[in-house]
Design a protein around this ligand. Structure first.
Ligand SMILES: [Zn+2]
Length: 154
């Protein structure tokens, strides 16, 4: 959660978001066993980012968050409407809808480079302050985030 908050602060600063999106950390075992299962999505109607967390590396979850925040930013600038509930977007909207393809490209490019910038600066800061990163202390088989942290965050 501290990493998510730190990443959000970075994205907020870079994208100058008007509003903070709601975040839902979802646990979905059925989805987790599917090779091409869902990772995350953004619902413009409720301004909610849903992150699937089960059996994923924390860094992968954070990278997903960065991608979805770009969709939130696109929505704030009225570049996407109706995406998320499936009424305007079929399973191949990223291939068939030229505008949505551009939106997707932007989310990958911007989401990933903003994530990379945050990661590098966080590592440099942690090194400077001598902060121990506790990622290595997580036991195999433990859930991330812990069960009591699940729910809707604002
Ligand atoms: Zn996307």
């Amino acid at each position: 959660m501290t990493h998510l908050a730190s990443l959000h602060a970075h994205l907020q600063k870079e994208l100058k978001l008007k509003e903070k999106p709601k975040v839902f950390l979802a646990s979905d075992q059925k989805n987790a066993v599917k090779v091409l299962g869902g990772t995350a999505h953004y619902e413009p109607e409720t301004k909610t980012i849903r992150l699937n967390t089960t059996d994923r590396h924390p860094k992968d979850i954070l990278r997903s968050y960065s991608h979805e925040v770009v969709h939130h930013w696109q929505h704030e600038h009225k570049q996407i409407q109706g995406k998320g509930k499936g009424e305007d977007t079929g399973p191949q909207y990223a291939q068939k809808d030229p505008w949505m393809r551009q939106m997707e490209k932007q989310a990958y490019l911007l989401g990933n480079i903003l994530f990379r910038d945050w990661e590098d600066s966080k590592k440099a800061d942690d090194k400077k302050t001598g902060k121990k990163v506790n990622e290595k202390t997580m036991k195999i088989g433990t859930e991330y985030p812990p069960r009591n942290l699940k729910g809707v965050y604002k």
